[in-house]
Write a protein that binds this ligand. Structure first.
Ligand code: ZN
Length: 107
């Protein structure tokens, strides 16, 4: 397991750091297939199934899989782990200042 480097800054983790962090991100479609009822199936016309299947045909197996479930793993050095936790999703801030943009909160 040599050659591990931080996926954010590229720093070698084995040489410079005793501690490294593994991040596992799972992105999955937020629906439960078991919730599809017989009525839903009946409401869905044959044409929409055909178009759905046709759109899937144009995807590779990997692309089709990505639409339902995707697991991403990467390694981070400690500074990048801190930075990642502040903003796991670029453009968002989860560092605890959520009330700054909240509505209906008056001091
Ligand atoms: Zn890093």
């Amino acid at each position: 397991m040599d050659g591990i480097s931080c996926d954010r800054c590229g720093k070698s983790l084995l040489i410079d750091e005793d501690v490294r962090y593994q991040v596992k991100v799972i992105v999955q479609a937020a629906y439960d297939p078991m919730e599809i009822s017989k009525g839903d199936l009946e409401k869905t016309g044959v044409d929409s199934w055909k178009s759905l299947l046709k759109s899937l045909e144009n995807l590779s197996a990997e692309e089709a899989q990505d639409q339902v479930y995707r697991e991403i793993r990467f390694d981070l050095c400690p500074p990048c782990q801190k930075a990642y936790l502040v903003s796991p999703i670029p453009g968002t801030d989860v560092s605890g200042s959520s009330s700054s943009s909240g509505s209906g909160i008056s001091t």
